[in-house]
Design a protein around this ligand. Structure first.
Ligand SMILES: Cc1ncc(COP(=O)(O)O)c(C=O)c1O
Length: 359
C-alpha cells in the first residue's frame, strides 16, 4: 500500500512532464489567480472576512448543513472532525484503504487519542451490515466505545469509486441507531455529484460532518471546508485555534475556492472521460492483470507478474514524460485533473500500450 505515495519528489519535475500522479497537482489558472486580487478581505479569526463568509455560506447551502469552517487542508478538516466527534480512548470505524487511516500521519491517535477500527470493504466502500457488526456495545468498562464511522466519497484508493446513495444512507442509519456520529471525507464529493447528478446535500444527508476539498480536481492551491451543525462547528473552531489553524485574511484563498465552485465543477466530467479512456486502454493490455472499476477521475491497475514492477514502470513512464504513482509492488494509480488534457491522455495511452505489451 505505501509505495511511492506521500513520498517526496527529489526537486521539481523536469519541464514538460504530464503529471498524472494526483489531482492535487493542478496549478491555479490565471483567471483563478485574478479572482483573488480584488476579493474583499478582513480578519477571518474575528469573523470579519466577507469572502470567506461568502464561501462558507455557499458550502453550507451546497451540503445542506447548518454551519461551516474554512480550513487549510482536507487532512486538517478530517482530523478536527475526528477529535470533535470522539473522546480519547474511543474508537472510529473506517475502511482499510481510507485517507484518514493511511495518509494523515496517524492523526486520530496523535491528535484525538482515537483508535481506528479498520474494515475491509470493496473498492474502499463498506456495507451497512459490516458497520453494524463492527459497532462496539456501549457501557462496558473494558471495551473501547465506538463513537464515529467515517466514509470517503469518492473512495480514493478504491479507484475513485462512488458510494451508492443506498449504501451511504444504510451506513448512516446503522450508526445513528447506535448513537454513533458519522463523518464524510468528501474530498472528491463533487466528482460523485458530477458523475451521478445526485446533489451534494443528498449525499451528505445523515452525515454529521462533511469535509469538502478545493485542491482535488477543483484546481485550487489551498483550502477545504468542514461543515456540520452549529454546535459541531463551534467545537471545531476551538480545536482549529488550539492547533494553530486560525486564519486571517483568508478571503484571498476563499476567492479561489469560490472561483472553483463557479468554473471548475462541471468540467470534472472531462476528467472522468479521460480516466475512462485510460482504463479502457489498460483493459486490453497483456501485461495488465486487473483494472479497478473506473467511475470518476482515478484509475488503479495491477501489473501482471510477467510485467515490470510498479516502480520500474513509474521510472520508464517518467523517462517518456509522464508521472504516475506506484502504490504497491504491482499497483499503479493514475489520476486525471484539469492540469492534463486530451492530448496528454492520448499520448499516455500510447506509451502504456508500448510498455505493457510483451516485447
Ligand atoms: C480522500 C482524501 N481525503 C483527504 C485528503 C487530504 O487532502 P489535503 O491534501 O487537502 O490535506 C486527500 C488527499 O489526497 C484525499 O485523497
Amino acid at each position: 500500500m505505501a509505495g511511492s505515495y506521500g513520498g517526496k519528489q527529489a526537486g521539481p519535475l523536469p519541464p514538460g512532464v504530464a503529471d498524472f500522479y494526483s489531482d492535487t497537482k493542478s496549478m491555479p489558472s490565471r483567471e483563478m489567480r485574478q479572482a483573488a486580487l480584488h476579493a474583499p478581505l478582513g480578519d477571518e479569526q474575528k469573523g470579519e472576512d466577507p469572502t470567506t463568509t461568502e464561501l462558507l455560506t455557499r458550502v453550507v447551502a451546497l451540503l445542506g448543513k447548518e454551519d461551516a469552517l474554512f480550513m487549510p487542508s482536507a487532512t486538517m478538516a478530517n482530523e478536527i472532525a475526528v477529535a470533535v466527534h470522539c473522546r480519547p480512548g474511543d474508537e472510529m470505524i473506517c475502511e482499510r484503504s481510507s485517507h484518514i487511516v493511511n495518509f494523515e500521519g496517524g492523526g486520530p491517535g496523535y491528535l484525538a487519542g482515537v483508535q481506528t477500527h479498520v474494515l475491509d470493504g470493496v473498492n474502499g466502500m463498506l456495507s451497512p451490515d459490516q458497520v453494524a457488526a463492527a459497532l462496539r456495545p456501549k457501557g462496558n468498562l473494558y471495551i473501547p466505545e465506538t463513537s464515529l464511522v467515517a466514509v470517503e466519497q469518492t473512495a480514493n484508493m478504491g479507484g475513485g469509486a462512488v458510494w451508492p446513495l443506498e449504501a451511504l444512507r444504510g451506513v448512516a442509519g446503522v450508526a445513528a441507531a447506535a448513537e454513533v456520529s458519522t463523518h464524510m471525507d468528501g474530498a472528491r464529493l463533487m466528482n460523485a455529484v458530477v458523475k451521478t447528478g445526485t446533489a451534494a446535500a443528498t449525499y451528505a444527508e445523515g452525515y454529521d460532518s462533511v469535509t469538502l476539498c478545493f485542491t482535488k480536481g477543483l484546481g485550487c492551491p489551498f483550502g477545504a471546508v468542514l461543515a456540520g451543525s452549529g454546535e459541531f462547528i463551534q467545537r471545531a473552531w476551538r480545536l482549529r485555534q488550539i492547533i494553530g489553524g486560525g486564519l486571517r485574511q483568508s478571503g484571498f484563498m476563499a476567492a479561489l475556492c469560490l472561483y472553483a465552485l463557479d468554473h471548475n465543477v462541471e468540467r470534472l466530467a472531462d476528467d472522468h472521460r479521460h480516466a475512462a479512456q485510460i482504463a479502457a486502454a489498460l483493459e486490453d493490455l497483456e501485461l495488465v492483470a486487473a483494472v479497478l472499476p473506473t467511475e470518476t477521475n482515478i484509475v488503479i491497475f495491477d501489473i501482471s507478474s510477467d510485467g515490470p514492477a510498479a516502480t520500474e514502470l513509474v521510472a520508464e513512464l517518467l523517462e517518456r514524460g509522464f508521472l504516475v504513482g506506484a502504490f504497491a509492488e504491482r499497483r499503479i494509480r493514475i489520476v486525471t485533473h484539469l492540469g492534463v488534457d486530451q492530448d496528454d491522455t492520448d499520448r499516455l495511452c500510447d506509451v502504456l500500450a508500448t510498455l505493457l505489451t510483451p516485447r
